[in-house]
Design a protein around this ligand. Structure first.
Ligand SMILES: *Cc1c(COP(=O)(O)O)cnc(C)c1O
Length: 394
C-alpha cells in the first residue's frame, strides 16, 4: 500500500495533520475493491453518484475504470455532465431525473438515460430530435421498491411506446434495468420475487419488439453473493468505497480515514460536566482533549454517548455531545498533548473505530456517514496504482 497518513510521520501532510482534521481518501483501496468486484460481475458499472459517495466523483470514477469497471452510473444528468466535463469518457448512465429535465446536453455528451415513465420517454424523444442523435435509453422497471422505476401495471404501455419511439430513430432501447429492495440481503429468497418480476419485465420488453442488450438488476450485494441477480451488468456503488451492505463479506478495503489534532487539553476533577447540557460528567479526575471537528464535518450527533476514538493507540470515549465544530475526548491518564493526532474513523488496520462502528453508534448507515463527511475536512488523496490489465482481472 502507498503512504498513508499514519506512515508519513514527516513532511507536509504530517504537519498538516497536527493542525487540521484530515479526510484521507484511499484510491488504492477503491482500485482493490473494483478488482474484487469486477472479478465477480459479468460487467461492472461503477456508481459514483453523490460525488462518489462523498469521496470525489471523478477520482472514484477514474480509479474504477482503470481497474475493471466498464461503465459509470449516476443519479442525475448534472452529475453526468460534471463527469464528462472532468474529461471522463466511459459509457455513462443517469437514472433519477425529473421527466421535465431536458437531457439534450447530456445526450450530446453521450450519456444514456433511464426511462421509468412515458413522460421520461417523451423527454428522451424530444432530446433525440433536438440533438439529431438517437438517445440510448434503459427502460427502468420497479421490481418491488415502490420507489423509482415504472410501476409494473404501466410497463407494457411503456414498452409499446418505446418500440414506437425507436421507429422514429429518436431513441434506442439499449437496456432494461431494475433495482432490488432487499439490497443488503444475501438470502436468495429475499430477492426471488423481484428477480422474477425483472425477468418477466425483460420478456415483456422483448415481446414488444425491443432488443435490450444490457439487463441490469443487482448492486453491491448482488455481486458479493447473489449470482442469480447479476445478469449482463451490475451497478456497484457502496462496494467500491469499501462498504459491505451485507455485513458478511469481509473482502473489501475501507477507503476513508478521518483524523483530527488535539487542539486543547485540560485536567479536571471528578464530577465535571462536559459540553452542552452536561450530558457527560467525568467519573474520576481525568484529562479532556478537544478535537476541532463536529457534526458540520459529518460526525453524527446521535453517536454522542457511545462513540470512541483512537488516542495513543487506545480507545477513549467522546465526552458529552457532538457539537457543530468540536468534540471532547476523555483521555483518562494518557499523556495527551496538543498537536497529537487522533484517529476518529479508521480503516480497520488498527484499533480505531471503523465507519461501520460509527454507523452503529449513530443508528445510521455507513453510506450516510460517508456521503456526509463535510467540505471543511482537508482532503488527502492516496493515489491508486496504475491500471489493472484485463488478463489480471480474468
Ligand atoms: C445507488 C444505486 C446503486 C448502487 O447500489 P450499492 O448498493 O451502493 O452498490 C445501484 N442502482 C441504483 C438504481 C442506485 O440508486
Amino acid at each position: 500500500m502507498s503512504a498513508t497518513l499514519c506512515e508519513s510521520r514527516t513532511g507536509p501532510l504530517a504537519t498538516l495533520a497536527t493542525t487540521r482534521p484530515v479526510l484521507t481518501v484511499r484510491l488504492d483501496a477503491v482500485a482493490y475493491n473494483t478488482r474484487v468486484l469486477a472479478a465477480r460481475a459479468r460487467r461492472l458499472m461503477a456508481v459514483v453518484k453523490a460525488d462518489g459517495f462523498g469521496l470525489g466523483g471523478a477520482d472514484v470514477a477514474r480509479t474504477a475504470l482503470a481497474h475493471g469497471a466498464r461503465a459509470l452510473g449516476v443519479a442525475t444528468l448534472t452529475e453526468a455532465v460534471e463527469l464528462r466535463t472532468a474529461g471522463i469518457g466511459a459509457p455513462l448512465l443517469s437514472w433519477l431525473d425529473a421527466p421535465g429535465a431536458d437531457p439534450s446536453d447530456a445526450v450530446l455528451h453521450g450519456v444514456d438515460v433511464a426511462v421509468p415513465s412515458l413522460g421520461h420517454l417523451e423527454a428522451a424523444v424530444a432530446a433525440g430530435r433536438r440533438t439529431g442523435r438517437a438517445v440510448a435509453v434503459h427502460l427502468y422497471l420497479d421490481c418491488g421498491t415502490a420507489r423509482d422505476g415504472c410501476a409494473p401495471e404501466l410497463w407494457p404501455a411503456l414498452c409499446a411506446a418505446a418500440w414506437r419511439a425507436e421507429l422514429t430513430g429518436a431513441v434506442r432501447v439499449v437496456g432494461v434495468m431494475g433495482h432490488l429492495a432487499c439490497a443488503a440481503s444475501l438470502d436468495p429468497q429475499a430477492n426471488a420475487d423481484a428477480t422474477a418480476r425483472f425477468v418477466h419485465g425483460v420478456a415483456r420488453a422483448r415481446a414488444a419488439g425491443l432488443r435490450p442488450a444490457l439487463r441490469h438488476l443487482g448492486a453491491t450485494a448482488a455481486v458479493l453473493g447473489l449470482p442469480a441477480t447479476r445478469f449482463d451488468l451490475s451497478r456497484v456503488g457502496a462496494g467500491l468505497v469499501g462498504i459491505d451492505p451485507t455485513g458478511r463479506c469481509p473482502v473489501l478495503h475501507a477507503v476513508a480515514q478521518v483524523t483530527a489534532p488535539v487542539v486543547q487539553v485540560r485536567d479536571v476533577g471528578a464530577g465535571v460536566g462536559v459540553g452542552y447540557e452536561h450530558t457527560y460528567r467525568t467519573p474520576a479526575p481525568t484529562r479532556l482533549a478537544l478535537l476541532p471537528l463536529g457534526y458540520a464535518d459529518g460526525l453524527p450527533v446521535t453517536a454522542s454517548g457511545r462513540a470512541q476514538v483512537l488516542v495513543h493507540g487506545q480507545r477513549r470515549p467522546l465526552a458529552g455531545r457532538v457539537s457543530m465544530d468540536q468534540v471532547v475526548v476523555d483521555v483518562g491518564d494518557l499523556p495527551v498533548r496538543t498537536g497529537d493526532v487522533v484517529t476518529v474513523i479508521g480503516t480497520g488496520d488498527d484499533l480505531a473505530p471503523t465507519l461501520t462502528e460509527w454507523a452503529g453508534w449513530a443508528g445510521t448507515l455507513p453510506h450516510e456517514l460517508l456521503t456526509g463527511l463535510g467540505r471543511r475536512l482537508v482532503r488527502h488523496v492516496v493515489p491508486a496504482p496504475p491500471s489493472t490489465s484485463p488478463e489480471e482481472l480474468a
